[in-house]
Design a protein around this ligand. Structure first.
Ligand SMILES: Nc1ncnc2c1ncn2[C@@H]1O[C@H](COP(=O)(O)OP(=O)(O)OP(=O)(O)O)[C@@H](O)[C@H]1O
Length: 233
């Protein structure tokens, strides 16, 4: 299986709202790809469709050459962080991960390994409902990494993290990309992405307006932020 994400001619409407309008791009392994665009541009909708949480009206969305529904143990192909708040408030962080691991036949030992890696070992036996936003985010990352997937799809992974958390997240994403994984990161943090992402897909109004190496955008516009502001005007 090739660690790629492929979105082709993806269209989606919610009533009279056009969320996606023939969205098309490809994410290749070995680098972080930034996914940027104004509020409502269609980033989350694209990601939700990629991981089977929503259905497109037209077009295809593939992870590792397959649509999400065709994956037998999806968490071993694609790790997702879309909504960090999506944890059962009464369940402990550790039980949340254990339950996910069990559903995918992932060894339980992996859970404690990951709790350690995301810095939640000390809070693992506390209820998720009492977690701060940053702690939920860390738990969400642990869930995404559980199946050691070659593809990661993360929506605003820096949300709620403290400064040390930023450094940690940056290193984690960079390392995963260097290992040859495909890493798609939606974010509004242009400064962060300028350093982290090798490639950027800019979207507006449900379609791609630019798809280029970050270096090219920086060379042409001075910074990723200037490129963004120019491109989505
Ligand atoms: N479940 C839904 N019902 C109705 N409209 C929706 C739904 N989900 C998304 N939309 C609409 O689709 C469009 C794209 O939204 P989407 O959440 O994908 O944007 P986004 O790029 O992720 O924005 P943000 O940067 O604010 O997260 C918006 O106009 C939004 O209002």
């Amino acid at each position: 299986m090739e660690a790629t994400i492929e979105v082709s001619g993806l269209s989606k409407r919610y009533g009279s709202t056009v969320a996606l309008d023939r969205m098309t791009f490809r994410v290749t392994p070995g680098q972080v790809t930034g996914f940027v665009g104004p509020n409502g541009a269609g980033k989350s909708t694209t990601m939700r469709i990629l991981v089977g949480l929503d259905r497109a009206d037209a077009g295809t969305a593939k992870v590792g050459d397959r649509s999400y529904h065709e994956l037998v143990r999806p968490m071993t192909t694609v790790g997702t962080l879309l909504d960090a708040a999506a944890i059962h408030p009464a369940r402990t962080g550790r039980n949340h991960l254990l339950w996910l691991a069990q559903s995918q036949r992932i060894p339980a030992g992996r859970v404690d390994e990951l709790l350690e890696e995301v810095g939640l070992a000390g809070a693992a036996r506390r209820r998720g409902g009492g977690y701060s936003l940053g702690m939920r985010q860390r738990l969400g990352v642990a869930a995404a990494l559980l199946g050691d997937p070659p593809i990661l799809i993360l929506d605003e992974p820096f949300n709620g993290l403290d400064p040390a958390g930023f450094v940690w997240m940056r290193d984690l994403l960079r390392r995963r990309a260097e290992q040859g994984r495909a890493v798609l990161v939606a974010s509004h943090l242009m400064g962060e992405l300028q350093d982290l992402a090798g490639h950027v897909v800019v979207v507006a109004g449900g379609r791609v307006v630019a798809d280029a190496p970050t270096r090219d955008m920086r060379d042409r516009y001075g910074s990723l932020e200037s490129a963004y502001l120019e491109l989505v005007r």
